[in-house]
Structures are given as C-alpha cells and as structure tokens.
Design a protein around this ligand. Structure first.
Ligand SMILES: *Cc1c(COP(=O)(O)O)cnc(C)c1O
Length: 385
C-alpha cells in the first residue's frame, strides 16, 4: 500500500473557523461586506502594529495589483521586481502595461540583493527612466535585508511594495513583515502560514490609501444613488465567509509559527552532520522568520555527486513532496525578454535548492519517514564525529 503523502505545506485548521462562518450565515451576511471582514482586518491591524491599516481582498495577487496602482504605476512605467519569487509578484506589473526590471538575490536571505538593486536603479536612471516602485519579497518567510533595501528606497526616492505573502509573523528588528514598505501585502492562499481558502490583504500606512484600495476593489463606485463610475474598478474584495476562516485562523497563527520553526530546527539537526547540504537560517538576530518553508542547498561537488534532484526523487519514491526553489522570473518564458540585473545567484539557488515539507501539521511519524529517507540518501556522506 502506498504511504500517505507528506505535503510541503497544507492548510491546517484551527478550531473556531466554523463558529465565525455560522454566525454570519445566521445573520445572512453572505457577501463581500460584513462583520467578519471588518473583524479580520482589525485582528491583523492589532497583530501587525506600527499603526498600519489593512484592507481585505480576495487574493494576494489582487493586493499586489492594487498596491502598484496606489504607488502610481501606469502603462509604460518601469517597476523593479526581485527575480526569485512566485510569478504573482510580477504578473500585476504586466496587468498595468508596465515593464518589469528583474533583480538578482543575495545568498543569505535568498531575497533581493542590495548591490544588484543599486546597479539596476542607476542604470535605469542613466537610460532615462526612473523606476516607479520596487517589489521586494520575503521568500519562504525570511525577511529581506530591510535596512539596506530601505536605504536605497530612501536614497533614490522609489517606494517599496513589500510582498509579504509568505511572511506573516516574520519580523525584522522587531517590526512585523508587511509593515516595512510603503505598501505591504499578505496572502491567505491554502498553502500559506494561515489561510482563508483564498485571500489576501493590502497593508497601508494611511486610512486614505486603505479606503482607496477598497474603493478600487469594489468596482470603483462613485458616491451616488445610481451606479456611477469615473475610474476602472475591480472585483477584488474578500468574502465575508472567507474572512470568517481568517478570524479562526488568527487564533492559531502563533502556534502555527512555532510549529513551522520546530520543523526548521528538525532539519537543522537532521542535516548537521551531512556533508554538502546547507540549511538556510536567519543571518543574524535582526531577522525572525516564520519559516513558512525550510529551504536547503545541495552541493553535489562536496558530497560525491548527490544532487538536489537525487534527493527530490528519493523523497518522491517515499511519497514525500519537495520542490525546487522558485524558478527566477527572468528565466520564465513569459518574462525572459525583460531586463535583468545580477550575477546569477538566483540561478544557482534554483539549480541547487530544495524546499522540504514544512507544514505545521506534520507528525512525529512524518518526521521519522523524512529523516529515514534523507539518511538513506546520504548514508555514506555523514561526517565522522
Ligand atoms: C502566494 C504568493 C503570492 C500571491 O498570493 P495569492 O493569494 O495566491 O494570490 C504573491 N507573492 C508570493 C511571493 C507568494 O508566495
């Protein structure tokens, strides 16, 4: 019999999601307005602190799209985007008819490299076009080098759109991810640290921007008794049912983060004595990661030829899911014609990197299967200590 599949990251129910949903069913708030939406937004505002405003939307992608609009991005503009990320960070640039300019990662946090970023900014300015915004991502929950990136944002006066889709609960120098850029976004897709089945939020510094995002997300209706529109609108608001799931999930967020961090520690211990495998860790005490996913780098030149693919295939035979790191956007057929600045760090990370099962609902039995498979693959590569 085939063993139960161990997934990279799965939805993990809390306890009270149905309670919040039933309440609005009873009151017939089955709509894109209602008490769960307002409640979920204020739960997040309290959690994120820094006085931010939160607007609930039906996806993280929608939040990136509206975020770029709030930052004034228009057709023909250029927008810098971290190349190593999920396509949803970059697609909204194309929705707007703007041009993505991709920038490499550094190998400590896997996120946008300050040196490559500055080169890109200088070159675009030299070529006659100052980028309108910088999309920086906290991949797998690890904060990007916030001080260095914010310093460049300030120096060149280009706002940061902080893609915190994977980083709810992570922080940098004690400040929560999502609150660090001019605009932040979070995602509650089914595989994220908490879920609303599908959903996202935009995080703004002003109430004015939050209201503007909600206005655009609800078909841009002008203030009139009839339906009156002076701008392009979108249907991007979160459903009150989904927001109910979110409220239930907020109650278990902290425990999900602890469990994911325990999974990360499990991998640190597991790979400690295995040659040629690096487990990515927080570079210093300034960084706090929710470790949404634990990522490793497998260097076959150090371990006698065992590649990332050797390990991935062996895990797959045992019905354990693992996945290469995000394929850089500048290598994707849809984006390969756009400019790219960097030293191919992201390419190497993509070739050698692997994400391992990191869910908050994994059991001791699951961990045993994972460690037995890993130890089997690396059986001759264990340091004598
Ligand atoms: C999940 C994700 C998104 C998009 O969020 P959705 O809610 O799935 O639309 C954006 N950026 C990154 C980095 C993500 O991982």
């Amino acid at each position: 019999m085939k063993k139960k599949r161990i997934f990279i990251s799965e939805a993990h129910k809390g306890g009270r999601e149905l309670f919040f949903i039933k309440k609005v069913f009873k009151d017939n708030w089955i709509a894109t307005e209602g008490p769960n939406i307002v409640g979920f937004e204020s739960d997040l505002e309290d959690y994120l602190k820094e006085g931010v405003q939160v607007g609930a939307l039906n996806s993280g992608t929608a939040a990136v799209h509206l975020g770029l609009i709030l930052l004034g991005v228009k057709a023909g503009d250029e927008v810098i985007c971290q190349t190593m990320t999920f396509s949803a960070s970059a697609n909204p640039i194309l929705y707007l008819g703007a041009t993505p300019i991709f920038v490499d990662s550094e190998s400590e946090t896997l996120n946008i490299c300050p040196i490559a970023l500055e080169k890109a900014i200088e070159d675009r300015i030299y070529l006659g076009k100052k980028p309108k915004a910088i999309i920086a991502v906290h991949l797998y929950g690890m904060p990007f080098k916030v001080d260095a990136i914010l310093a460049l944002s300030l120096k060149y006066d280009i706002p940061i759109l902080e893609d915190s889709a994977e980083a709810l609960g992570s922080s940098y120098k004690g400040k929560k991810c999502g609150t660090l850029g001019e605009i932040g976004i979070l995602s509650f897709n089914g595989n994220k640290i908490i879920t609303t089945s599908g959903g996202g939020v935009i995080v703004t510094k002003t109430l004015e921007n939050k209201n503007r995002a909600i206005f655009l997300a609800t078909q841009a209706r002008d203030n009139a008794a009839h339906y009156q529109h002076s701008e392009v609108g979108y249907n991007y608001r979160m459903s009150n049912i989904c927001a109910g799931i979110g409220r239930g999930q907020m109650e278990v967020l902290e425990s999900h983060i602890s469990l994911r961090r325990e999974m990360h520690q499990f991998y640190v211990d597991l790979f400690e004595n295995i040659i040629g495998v690096l487990v990515f860790k927080e570079p210093s005490d300034d960084f706090f990661s929710n470790f949404w996913l634990t990522a490793i780098l497998v260097d076959e030149t150090k371990n006698g030829g065992i590649t990332r693919e050797t390990l991935r295939a062996a895990l797959e035979v045992e019905n354990i899911e693992s996945r290469p790191l995000w394929k850089p956007m500048h290598l994707q057929p849809i984006f390969e014609s756009y400019p790219y600045y960097g030293e191919k760090v992201a390419e190497t990370l993509f070739e050698k990197g692997l994400c391992l099962p990191s869910g908050s609902n994994l059991s001791d039995e699951d961990r045993k299967r994972i460690s037995e498979t890993v130890l089997f693959v690396f059986k001759k590569k264990i340091k004598n200590i």
